[in-house]
Design a protein around this ligand. Sequence first.
Ligand SMILES: C[S@@+](CC[C@H](N)C(=O)[O-])C[C@H]1O[C@@H](n2cnc3c(N)ncnc32)[C@H](O)[C@@H]1O
Length: 205
Amino acid sequence: MSDTLPDGARTSPATARNRQPILEVLQPRLPAGARVLEVASGAGEHAVFLAEALPGMPWQPSDRDDEALASIAAWRTATGLANLAPPLRLDAADLASWPEGPFEAVVCINMIHISPWAACEGLVAGAGRVMTPGGRLFLYGPFLEADVETAPSNLAFDQSLKARDPAWGLRDLAAVTALAGAHGLALAERIGMPANNLIVMFEKA
Ligand SMILES: C[S@@+](CC[C@H](N)C(=O)[O-])C[C@H]1O[C@@H](n2cnc3c(N)ncnc32)[C@H](O)[C@@H]1O
């Protein structure tokens, strides 16, 4: 990626730090030619980085926010990646806004703690609906776990999220796992990531 931002494109320093570790987790766990739906793509920097690194995989970015959609479109135009689809307006909580699919994977980075629980409910229900059998849902972000001490930085982050919106906050992995189970998605892997984040992978039966 060039140092100059394309018109309308946004950038996030966190993406520069986490995109390579995320790629290293996704790459060996995505089947060849996997069709991937990314929910809450935000600025779109993960979408362009991952689509470029995984050229055989059609990548569908999405978000519900106008500025995010404009930024993703700007990055897409600037990079001209053949496997990166135009961004889709998708509100995770609104199942009517989800595409038909099918997809072999759904990826969602840093959304479920920065949105109400209904967005997580919609994400899991939508992923359960649009994925092929064996499809994989990947969630990246910080989580709360009963048997794992929460890092002080994550506790502080949780408090700051709740101060911004009481409906936001770090999610309990056990609650997300129970919700996923109700939609036919079983927790298959929990992968520790830098800066006290996780990737959790759920598999559709
Ligand atoms: C913290 S940003 C993360 C963006 C990107 N995935 C990243 O990690 O850089 C959260 C994103 O979630 C999106 N979002 C929040 N609620 C959503 C929902 N219900 N459906 C889809 N996107 C949502 C916001 O518009 C925003 O782009």
